[in-house]
Ligand binder design. Structure first.
Ligand code: ZN
Length: 240
């Protein structure tokens, strides 16, 4: 079984009627609902409303893949919690950052850059172009592209280190393009950034979005026990 923890700041869904309407139980539960239909995946959730953001050493030890959604409350996640999550990733925990999680402390720690980008809320349509149909994360996504009726526009330049592999480019009918699906390896951990998922749009109910997140969970899950790299003195293996 792949053990997933979905973390959400869970703020807009409690404070804004138009968001509550789209995600009445929170974005974390919308993600839990579709992931939980898979027999090989078990899902827990944690939010900013929980003590210590709901993130403990025990939870991290029992999480194979973490999914992160945040927007306006990145600063409320204590540095020591963000560092704990980053270290869990280096030790082999997979992590998926969704949409505005590009500015989360954990993503910035893993990237080492500003992670800045251009943005606009103008209900533009997004067309997501698939660059590599043979990558595990893109499995089952048919056609050269798929479309989302409305998304927040994100624009290049995106202040990230070059991804190990670029899987999708988003094009918006306002004219911008954006690196919408990126993967990196960080020590033993796998990282996926996926751009769609603005809180006022029903993006997480879209079949292709759900398929991509589900595929990403399976791709990011560690294939061996999580291991923290040390810096040991090592003896010769061969005789002189
Ligand atoms: Zn947004």
């Amino acid at each position: 079984m792949i053990r997933v923890t979905v973390w959400n700041e869970f703020f807009h869904e409690r404070t804004e009627e138009n968001v509550k309407k789209v995600y009445p139980n929170g974005i974390h539960n919308a993600i839990k609902d579709f992931l939980g239909t898979n027999e090989d995946i078990v899902v827990k959730t944690a939010t900013l409303c929980d003590e210590n953001c709901g993130i403990t050493d025990e939870l991290l030890a029992e999480t194979d893949v973490m999914i992160w959604w945040g927007h306006v409350k990145h600063g409320d996640v204590p540095d020591e919690i963000a560092i704990k999550v980053k270290e869990a990733v280096l030790g082999g925990m997979g992590i998926i950052f969704l949409h505005s999680a590009h500015h989360s402390k954990v993503f910035k720690l893993l990237m080492g850059t500003t992670c800045n980008l251009g943005w606009r809320e103008s209900n533009d349509k997004e067309r997501l172009w698939i660059l590599d149909h043979n990558h595990p994360i893109m499995q089952g996504i048919e056609g050269r592209y798929f479309e989302l009726e409305a998304e927040e526009t994100y624009s290049e330049p995106f202040g990230i280190p070059d991804p190990d592999k670029l899987l999708m480019i988003g094009w918006y009918n306002g004219g911008e393009v954006f690196r919408s699906g990126c993967v990196w390896h960080r020590e033993n951990g796998k990282v996926f950034y996926f751009q769609p998922g603005h809180e006022t749009f029903p993006t997480f109910y879209n079949e292709n979005v759900q398929k991509i997140i589900t595929n990403a969970v399976r791709w990011a899950a560690p294939v061996c026990p999580k291991i923290k790299l040390e810096c040991p003195w090592v003896a010769r293996i061969e005789e002189k």
